[in-house]
Design a protein around this ligand. Structure first.
Ligand code: F6R
Length: 614
């Protein structure tokens, strides 16, 4: 979604770091970009619809070397349209005060129409259709000499969410930033201070960062940062060291981030599991959950909340929790959950699953669950993200930055964490030592099992070639593999724009089978786990309607393979880790179909990496 970068230095030109920062945020999805630079002659604003490369070209054409050298403070933004079309006028930064002030904003000002009407009465004239322009005018109206106070007073009028950065030639050398419900990170470098909505735009400069909290407003200068509440009370925030280095947000020789991230999975899974399997007691060590066995044993029900891929991980979690720990578990789509006055209370455990830790609906569901007294935990990838902090306890994925919009490595780590939680819960309740030991062994073997699927990349590319022209596809799975079928279909539609549907294998004949014909390939998850024979029966139903079937089949299972037109082999596993191993084949399948169709894989149309609006 929208991205913010700010740069403040005494002597280094801001333009290049700002544009490079925007490039790091491209993966979040956007449709226009802009930069505002503070120069001794006023604020210079450059905007462009389309890619950051276009903005860079514009800056090279319009900003002379001498001018560039003088502009050492600036703000920049990538916009994903919410209010108003993706045009240059609507792109950020927005200006006010006769061009003396510029502001960038992530989030939504819900009461912008009322604020706009009041400001227009005071004589402010608006040029864009955005909610953001209201903020720029509000700050200008409240500016009576102290920049930070002006921003605080303006923000007190705002209903909604924001991450903002503002500069003004009335306050040279000063940038003010603030957040509420939209992340903002400040990087403390040597002689420069960097601000960004996402830590990946900061790591090229420094790994010393401060995560602002909701309600914080900060004065940023080349020498550092002073943080206050909106009521002007100084607060101190810990400086933290980011684990990721700049290299981990590069493509590392792969054609796309998505492919790199698919291939990283043996390593990311190793990191997710590291130090968390207790082979002596045949359980998992998840200290971040902060739940003693007594408390674990008393949980009545679990609710796993997420959106998109994270919801699919939660659906796999249901099977794991119920089969290993006997805990009734419901996976919940976060927006549906938050708006249905959910029945949840002190005996329930709400687990929010979110790669980014910033998804607006998931965050709201966390708040709803906390408000109703439930025990709340989070499974997040981004350390220090809002959901992770608000939940207070949880398990980090340690999967490293996921740049590709289509989530891959986060999913496998999410299901792995859920399996470890199920193991821990199960061992605290009824799972035998022997069963615990065999699950520990399978989880420990996961990186190698996934590596074996990756060895099939060439075979999968060949199958993809055969079906890349299809307009519709079906993905069938049963039991614990049903969420994997949904995830395979989601990957396919997101990046290749092929219409793809995931179904419970048995559900197909209750309607969707009417769509099957020679042109509708069916991907069937036929792993040799309980239920396979039934799915083989469903495959026969598809073949009888002439639909070609691509089977995901356990190595050596020639009898299942015989029912399919094409086969992708995966290693033999138990049901517990089958979703993790199997999805890797589906990720590669979707990737190759998208590549062959010439799609823009890392930044699919209309999608954003982190969905911070509801
Ligand atoms: C799919 C995808 C999305 C996200 C969803 C939730 O590839 O990336 O469906 O899974 O937007 O995002 P997080 O996990 O950040 O809460």
């Amino acid at each position: 979604m929208c991205g913010i970068v700010g740069f403040s230095s005494l002597d280094r030109p801001a333009c290049v770091p700002l544009v490079n920062g925007l490039r790091r945020l491209e993966y979040r999805g956007y449709d226009s970009a802009g930069v505002a630079l503070e120069s001794p002659d006023g604020i210079k604003v450059f905007k462009k619809t389309g890619k950051v490369a276009e903005l860079d070209k514009l800056l090279k054409e319009r900003l002379g070397d001498e001018e560039n050298a003088k502009c050492t403070i600036g703000i920049a933004h990538t916009r994903w349209a919410t209010h108003g079309l993706p045009t240059e006028v609507n792109a950020h930064p927005h200006v006010a005060d006769g061009g003396r002030l510029a502001l960038v904003h992530n989030g939504i000002v819900e009461n912008y129409a009322a604020l706009r009407a009041q400001l227009e009465k005071k004589g402010c004239s608006f040029v864009s259709q955005t909610d953001t322009e209201v903020l720029a005018h509000l700050v200008a109206v409240f500016d009576r000499g102290d920049f930070l106070s002006a921003v605080s007073r303006a923000l007190k009028k705002v209903e909604g969410t924001y991450g903002i950065a503002v500069i003004s030639t009335r306050h040279p050398g000063e940038m003010v930033v603030a957040r509420k419900g939209s992340s903002l990170v400040i990087g403390i470098g040597e002689g420069s201070t960097v601000v960004a909505s996402d830590v990946s735009a900061i790591v090229a400069h420094t790994r010393q960062v401060i995560y602002l909290k909701d309600g914080d407003v900060a004065r940023v200068t080349p020498g550092g940062v002073d943080i206050y509440t909106l009521d002007n009370v100084p607060v101190s925030r810990e400086v933290q060291e980011v684990e990721w280095d700049a290299e981990s947000v590069e493509k590392g020789g792969y054609e796309h981030f998505m492919l790199k991230e698919i291939f990283e999975q043996p390593e990311t899974l190793r990191n997710t599991i590291r130090g968390r399997l207790d082979k002596v007691n045949c359980t998992a060590i998840l200290s971040g959950l902060n739940l003693p066995p007594r408390e674990l044993a008393s949980i009545r029900r679990a609710v796993i909340i997420g959106c998109g891929t994270s919801l699919h991980a939660g659906m796999a979690g249901k099977y794991l929790f119920e089969s290993l720990a006997d805990i009734p578990t419901s996976p919940e789509q976060a927006a549906e959950f938050r708006y249905c006055n959910p029945i949840i209370g002190p005996d329930d455990w709400a687990i929010a699953v979110s790669q980014s830790g910033e998804t607006a609906d998931t965050l709201a569901a966390v708040r709803e669950s906390i408000g109703k007294g439930a025990l709340v935990s989070a499974i997040c990838n981004v350390v220090g993200s809002t959901i992770a902090r608000e939940a207070g306890r949880g398990v980090y994925l340690h999967a490293g930055p996921e740049i590709s919009v289509a989530s891959t490595k986060a999913f496998t780590s999410q299901v792995t964490v859920l399996a470890m939680i199920a193991l821990k819960l199960g061992r605290a309740r009824r799972l035998s030592r022997e069963d615990g030991a065999s699950i520990c062994a399978e989880l420990a073997a996961l990186p190698d099992l996934v590596a074996k699927v990756l060895e099939r990349n060439g075979d999968i590319a060949k199958v993809a070639e055969k079906y890349s022209g299809a307009s519709d596809m079906f993905f069938l799975g049963r039991g614990i593999l049903y969420p994997t079928a949904l995830e395979g279909a989601l990957k396919m539609k997101e990046i290749s724009y092929v219409h793809a549907e995931g179904y419970q294998a048995a559900e197909l004949k209750h309607g969707p089978i009417a769509l099957l014909c020679e042109e509708t390939p069916v991907v069937a998850l036929l792993n040799d786990i309980p239920g396979k024979e039934k799915t083989v029966g469903n495959v026969q139903e598809c073949r009888a309607r002439k639909a070609p079937v691509v089977g995901i089949v356990t190595e050596g299972d020639e009898s299942a393979a015989a029912h399919c037109n094409d086969v992708v082999y995966v290693p033999r596993t138990s049901a517990v880790v089958a979703p993790i191993v199997t999805v890797v084949a589906l990720q590669l399948f979707a990737y190759h179909v998208a590549r062959l169709r010439g799609c823009e894989i890392d930044q699919p149309r209309n999608l954003a990496k982190s969905v911070t609006v509801e």
